[in-house]
Design a binder for this molecule. Structure first.
Ligand code: SF4
Length: 365
């Protein structure tokens, strides 16, 4: 890197903010690379086993707390946010959760996989920065785009950049935009000055997210036991969902937004303008029965490039079986479960049997 002292990094940063907004990011700030203060929190969380079967969280703790090692020569980290709340907003979340025949899918997962969307746009941003530097005779720009794709404490970095704070539910919130946003980062070899202040925490005495969590997964302020979290159980976890937690899952078949829905700061949540995040296959308005009728070929075709692919077809059917068990009695549900029972794996069959027992019990009431 040419260390020409005349390189106008302040001007470049302003341009980067404009380019980033043109790419769909709504905020961008610079965070310091030193982050060791979060190490004790992370290690304590891991020691308590709160990460469940997410073994990747326990790997590379050293990289998570020393992110400069993720990109040799890194001198700064740009933190960015991109909203994902669909046009229906929170009203649509409430109406879907209130309809026991409807399938609730976390809002972030309705459209194209955010990893692909955000990494692609971070690469475009990087290319624009590179071109600007070439035009200014600086020829050795390097960067690494990250979005939930490397051992990196994204929420903590966003907090120290001034973009918001980590709420008691452990998600990232912005005072003016709420929490329905993705985070992305660009590690660069440019010596941008870190933003001047870490965000203040505005949770105060509120603990609505702790009280509303259907499975009591927020075991204390800023302490999430992922093993109880519906997002973990329906996405990351591959096994038999504990029976004690199935009723509380309700009609949530992929993730959960309850702690965001209750959060007062989401009064300010921004609706996204990203075509890639538009709901696919009417996933924001599908019934449990219609999704349960998908064959494996349907699932593979309709989840191509979608976050829903992460759970796999067995996990998808498992989750739908639990939700159908929680639905009001319906003869069509019993028929669908009995049909699936004949052709399902042991994992799915275990949940179908539970759902059939629940449905038959309701029929006899
Ligand atoms: S619901 Fe209340 S405690 Fe929870 S994250 Fe929002 S402001 Fe913080």
């Amino acid at each position: 890197m040419n260390q020409d002292q005349t390189l106008p990094l302040g001007d470049l940063l302003q341009l980067i903010k404009t380019w980033a907004q043109d790419l769909g990011f709504d905020q961008i700030e610079v965070s310091p690379l030193a982050m060791s203060d979060h190490e004790s929190y992370l290690r304590r969380w891991l020691e308590q086993g709160f990460h469940g079967e997410m073994g990747y969280m326990a790997r590379h703790v050293d990289l998570r707390v020393e992110p400069a090692r993720l990109h040799p020569g890194a001198l700064s980290a740009l933190s960015l946010t991109m909203p994902y709340l669909p046009a229906g907003g929170q009203d649509q979340i409430q109406s879907t959760l209130a309809d026991p025949e409807a399938a609730y899918i976390a809002r972030y997962a309705l459209g194209r996989d955010y990893h692909r969307v955000i990494r692609g746009r971070l690469k475009s941003l990087s290319a624009q920065i590179n071109q600007w530097l070439i035009n200014h005779d600086h020829l050795t720009f390097t960067s690494r785009p990250i979005t939930d794709s490397a051992p990196f404490l994204e929420k903590r970095f966003a907090e120290t950049s001034g973009l918001g704070w980590i709420g008691k539910h452990t998600l990232h919130i912005n005072q003016h935009r709420g929490s329905y946003h993705f985070l992305g980062e660009l590690l660069t070899n440019l010596p941008f000055s870190a933003s001047s202040k870490t965000s203040s925490n505005h949770c105060g005495s509120c603990q609505r997210c702790i009280d509303i969590c259907p499975t009591n997964a927020i075991v204390g302020p800023y302490e999430l036991d992922a093993r109880r979290c519906i997002a973990y159980l329906t996405i990351e976890y591959k096994g038999i969902i504990p029976e004690s937690l199935r009723d509380a899952i309700g009609n949530r078949v992929f993730g959960c937004d309850d702690c965001q829905l209750i959060c007062p700061w989401n009064r300010h949540a921004h609706v996204h303008q990203i075509k890639d995040f538009e709901p696919r296959h009417e996933l924001d308005r599908s019934t449990l029965l219609s999704l349960f009728a998908w064959t494996e070929a349907d699932y593979l075709a309709r989840t191509e490039g979608s976050p829903l692919r992460r759970v796999g077809f067995d996990g998808w059917q498992r989750n739908l079986a639990v939700a159908l068990g929680n639905a009001p009695f319906d003869e069509r549900i019993i028929q669908a479960l009995e049909l699936k029972r004949r052709q399902s794996s042991d994992l799915v069959a275990a949940h179908v049997d539970w759902a059939l027992t629940k449905q038959r019990a309701k029929a006899n009431l």
